[in-house]
Design a protein around this ligand. Structure first.
Ligand code: 13P
Length: 251
């Protein structure tokens, strides 16, 4: 059966010493507490090696926030999936809306990234979600379905089973405006049905679908109580150990 997961996405925040201290604080909190979910932090590339050395990955998984769409070679400034895996990280966020929006990521590049992540043993946390206009004009279900179809439905059922999905309505990211628990549940159920139609009920039932967008200790429990919401991808509230732990404890 699918796992419940709380994952942090630090985005472009913290220096290396600050990040190591934060990661260690979260890891130490988790060591003294039996969480009812898997807990992961996704950190900037520069932080992966020192954070890996500072945490206990038995209680706190580690991931990157992106990886390259090429294997290796003349791609100045890029970081490959193999490089990420060689740090000890086990996860990678792919297709975050900020990368789609500011760095022109398309479903085509994302298919390459997903393939390379899987080849290197990384678990992709694949992000999908509509913008405000699409929420308001009612096209959000189709938009999200198409993101899943175009980015992931070239994979085998076996590969798909290794992927975590994160539904992040763009209008809820960093805005303080969370989707209601009912809005999240409706979309998550739609996502699960989309997966079931392609890969069958068993694969769909085993896929963890996280919610992201202004998730915080005060609203996490209500969101996580919904049957198809299997945890959260947390931005701002993952930058303070107490807030992040407050969300972990919502399970
Ligand atoms: P916030 O939690 O800051 O809204 O960010 C959500 C997010 O983008 C996580 O990937």
């Amino acid at each position: 059966m699918r796992k419940n997961i709380v994952a942090g996405n630090w985005k472009m925040n913290t220096t290396v010493p600050e990040g190591v201290a934060l990661a260690k604080e979260v890891s130490d909190c988790l060591a003294g507490f039996k969480a009812n979910c898997d807990v992961v932090i996704c950190v900037p590339f520069t932080h992966l090696v020192p954070v890996c050395g500072a945490i206990d990955q038995a209680v706190l998984g580690l991931g990157a926030e992106n990886c390259a769409d090429h294997k290796s070679g003349a791609y100045t400034g890029e970081v490959s999936a193999a490089m990420v895996a060689s740090t000890g990280a086990k996860y990678v966020i792919l297709g975050h809306s900020e990368r789609r929006q500011y760095y022109g990521e398309t479903s085509e590049t994302l298919r390459e990234k997903v393939a390379l992540a899987l080849e290197n043993g990384l678990t992709p946390i694949f992000c999908i979600g509509e913008v405000l206009e699409e929420r308001e004009n009612g096209s959000y279900n189709e938009v999200v379905k198409k993101q899943i179809e175009d980015g992931l439905f070239n994979r085998s059922a076996e590969d798909f089973g290794k992927i975590i999905l994160a539904y992040e309505p763009v209008w809820a990211i960093g805005t303080g405006k969370t989707a209601t628990a009912d809005q999240a549940e409706d979309m998550h159920a739609h996502i699960r049905k989309t997966i079931a139609d392609k890969y069958g009920k068993e694969v769909a039932d085993n896929t963890s679908i996280l919610y992201g967008g202004s998730c915080k200790p005060s609203n996490a429990a209500e969101l996580f109580a919904k049957p198809d919401v299997d945890g959260g991808l947390i931005g701002g509230a993952s930058l303070k150990a107490a807030d992040f732990m407050g969300i972990v404890k919502a399970f």
